[in-house]
Design a protein around this ligand. Structure first.
Ligand code: ADP
Ligand code: MG
Length: 288
């Protein structure tokens, strides 16, 4: 039977917008030593601002944004939402067909009868598009139209105000290692990691690479030590179900992530993870 105070713990968590799907997860949290985070939308706001648009001579900035936001019209990725916002007009949805979202890469779609690719360097490589200019900073969204490189939209994300303090608190609550995983560029990832003080950062990962990284952590942890992962995206579902405790951001998060998670943070606030940890430690002290 479940000790009564676990209900107290779960109730206290839920009052604070932390949905715990079972008392075993509250218990496991107290033994968590490795906390792995996804970057975009988890530690950062995932609301990118377009900072610069560089179109090749065949296109202008407006056209580039038109193609990109239309190709992205069905995506719920933070990058898509940022492009829609920068475009700022109503989309002509009937002009877009054959949309395909390629996890960790970007989008392929037909816009106004043109084949459009929108995504990172990996996508351009996959589609045999040669990028004519390379950039050194931030998150880069490349656009190709009819098999030709059309330009780059530069965007920048900001860290959530509570990410740094959340990482610090977790370290003082017994977390040995904080690890950040991302599909974003090395430059964008390192900037965030430095700002919030995570111990390890791995960038330019495909969804399958994230699972592999988590497998590595699981393989070298101690017998009684637990591994938790915090994420929000559709791509995060395989990792969320692989770890001991999957934590999903609920407000911006995808249904797949919420479904796969053991704990859901209703308001996407990373400091709620250390609050959950506190409730967990307190509950166990009562139970034991
Ligand atoms: P993260 O690990 O930062 O949460 P994802 O795994 O969702 O990111 O995506 C990794 C990278 O793949 C992104 O940084 C972006 O370069 C590219 N990407 C993924 N989805 C899209 C999309 N809908 N539009 C443009 N680029 C995308
Ligand atoms: Mg993500």
């Amino acid at each position: 039977s479940i000790p009564l105070s676990f209900f107290g713990g779960i109730g206290c968590a839920s009052t604070n917008g932390i949905l715990v799907k079972g008392s075993n997860y509250l218990e496991a949290l107290a033994s968590t030593k490795y906390m792995v985070f996804d970057k975009t939308g988890t530690l950062t706001k995932g609301v990118f601002e377009v900072t610069q648009i560089d179109a090749t001579q065949d296109f202008d900035e407006k056209q580039l944004l038109y193609y990109a936001s239309h190709a992205e019209m069905a995506s719920s990725h933070p990058i898509s939402l940022s492009l829609q916002k920068a475009y700022g007009q109503k989309l002509e949805r009937e002009n877009v067909h054959d949309i395909e979202e390629i996890a960790g890469h970007g989008i392929s779609a037909i816009v106004d009868g043109h084949q459009v690719y929108v995504g990172n360097e990996k996508l351009m490589q996959k589609m045999n598009i040669e990028i004519s200019q390379k950039y050194q900073t931030g998150t880069l969204v490349y656009v190709a139209v009819d098999q030709k490189y059309a330009g780059c939209i530069m965007i920048s994300d900001v860290v959530k105000p509570t990410s740094k303090v959340a990482i610090q608190s977790l370290k003082s609550q017994g977390i040995k290692e904080t690890i950040m995983l991302t599909g974003d560029t090395k430059q964008a990832a390192n900037k965030v990691a430095q700002e919030i003080g995570v111990d390890y950062v791995y960038s330019e990962l495909l969804p399958a690479d994230k699972v592999a990284k988590v497998e590595e952590v699981l393989a070298c942890k101690g017998e009684k030590e637990k591994v938790a992962f915090v994420g929000d995206g559709i791509n995060d579902a395989p990792v969320l179900s692989r770890v001991d405790i999957g934590i999903a951001m609920g407000a911006l998060g995808s249904d797949a992530a919420i479904e796969a998670a053991d704990i859901v943070l209703m308001d996407d606030d990373p400091s709620k993870i250390s609050l959950a940890m506190k409730i967990s430690l307190k509950t166990l002290r009562i139970v034991k």
